[in-house]
Design a protein around this ligand. Structure first.
Ligand code: HEC
Length: 147
């Protein structure tokens, strides 16, 4: 038998309210419980925060991405700390000529030691966030014939 009009209304509003309540509870749980753990909130030092401010003030996102956010002109930097290490990153940031071993030009920021170290602290913190495997590691196919 079909639902009466009244029952259909109860069914509709009841279902909407219940699923909305579940959505709110799950969102709060993610923000309050999971995000601080996955981002290692306890490691948000003064240096990391200063690095984040440098990141914003210098428009690094105009060319780079972090967690896929930004522009696609220059390398993805989520895992740059692991990929390049401190010495390399410092050299890039303190270079007085545009860093460009692969052709495209990075801005010559000429950062001070303090600024470069803050930026590196920010990259280290970003690199340690649990991103469920992002960015994926490429699978290189080794051609056995050319070995
Ligand atoms: C005008 C575009 C542009 C802007 C703005 C820019 N970069 Fe770059 N950056 C590049 C390019 C292009 C490269 C790659 C150069 C190469 O390896 O030949 C690069 C390389 C780097 C690297 C080394 C990455 C790697 O995997 O080798 C780091 C670290 C970096 N940039 C950090 C920054 C930071 C921090 C900022 C902001 C303060 C910034 N960049 C702003 C273009 C830019």
């Amino acid at each position: 038998m079909l639902l009466s009009k009244k029952n259909a209304r109860v069914f509709f509003f009841g279902g909407t309210i219940v699923t909305f309540a579940v959505f709110i509870v799950m969102s709060v749980q993610t923000l309050v419980k999971e995000v601080p753990v996955k981002t290692h909130e306890e490691n948000l030092s003064k240096e990391v925060i200063a690095g984040k401010k440098l990141w914003e003030a210098n428009n690094c996102m105009g060319c780079h991405t972090i967690m896929g956010e930004g522009a696609y002109y220059a390398p993805e930097l989520t895992k740059v700390y692991e990929r390049r290490g401190e010495g390399y990153i410092k050299a890039v940031l303190q270079s007085s000529v545009p860093w460009s071993p692969r052709g495209r030009k990075m801005v010559a920021y000429n950062f001070s030691d303090r600024e470069a170290e803050d930026m590196i602290a920010f990259f280290k913190w970003i690199g340690e966030i649990d991103l469920n495997g992002f960015p994926p590691k490429p699978e290189y196919k080794i051609n056995k014939n050319t070995k």
